[in-house]
Design a protein around this ligand. Structure first.
Ligand code: ZN
Ligand code: ZN
Length: 222
């Protein structure tokens, strides 16, 4: 790593960078939100993370032989997004998986997010290469490639379905330093107490509104 402070990417600016584009990897840096906005039209064309998709693959082995997280990620557009049975069918067909299962789920690096999570599909096969990135983010050992979509517990559907490579990379990076199991428990608790109106002890006040299958995806207990 360079020891020099990075310089603002706005071509006419020479100030030290203090902020960055939310999507790129590595992030393109700017001295201020003003410069970030001023440079957006130019930067957008070269920004490697801005292109959004409803699904990305995290390969167990990078097809380019690289070792960074971004080398393992491939954009994958799901035609059937929104209905888990159709999604599984499409993944099996297009990726030649014998099965499609829930591989796990993990919350965003954004601590304020508790109404949706990244949800993994995979074909669990212990003979395949361990997927180090998916294992890191879910806290369990995951083998083979995974497909990542956004999903939510039942009753919540108000999140952006499409996301960028850069957003996903930020989250994958977050789990280098944060425990996925405690993060998961914390966000679940937050949602329960804030959104469903549960008591502070976490006990359910009304009937069985929180069922174990989401509107769009399986939501087995973690
Ligand atoms: Zn600047
Ligand atoms: Zn960018």
């Amino acid at each position: 790593m360079s020891t020099e402070a990075p310089i603002c990417a706005e071509p006419s600016c020479k100030k030290a960078a203090t902020t960055s584009c939310d999507y790129c990897e590595p992030p393109t840096q700017y001295c201020s939100d003003l410069c970030l906005k001023a440079d957006y039209k130019r930067h957008k064309k070269g920004c490697n993370g801005a292109e959004k998709s409803n699904c990305f693959l995290i390969r167990a082995k990078a097809s380019n032989g690289g070792t960074s997280d971004t080398d393992h990620i491939e954009r994958f557009s799901l035609e059937s997004y929104g209905e888990w049975k159709a999604e599984m069918k499409e993944l099996k067909e297009r990726l030649s998986w014998a099965e499609a299962n829930e591989g796990g789920k993990f919350y965003s690096h954004d601590k304020s997010v508790h109404r949706w999570y990244y949800y993994l599909y995979n074909f669990a096969d212990k003979n395949k290469t361990q997927n180090e990135i998916a294992s890191r983010c879910t806290g369990r050992t995951i083998y083979g490639d995974v497909a990542v979509v956004r999903s939510s517990p039942v009753g919540f559907n108000d999140y952006a379905k499409r996301f960028s490579r850069g957003e996903l990379l930020r989250t994958l990076d977050f789990y280098r330093h944060n425990n996925p199991c405690s993060e998961f428990a914390e966000r679940e608790r937050t949602r329960c107490s804030i959104d469903i109106g549960l008591g502070p002890d976490g006990l359910r006040l009304s009937g069985a509104t929180h069922i174990s299958m989401s509107a769009t995806h399986f939501s087995m207990s973690h």
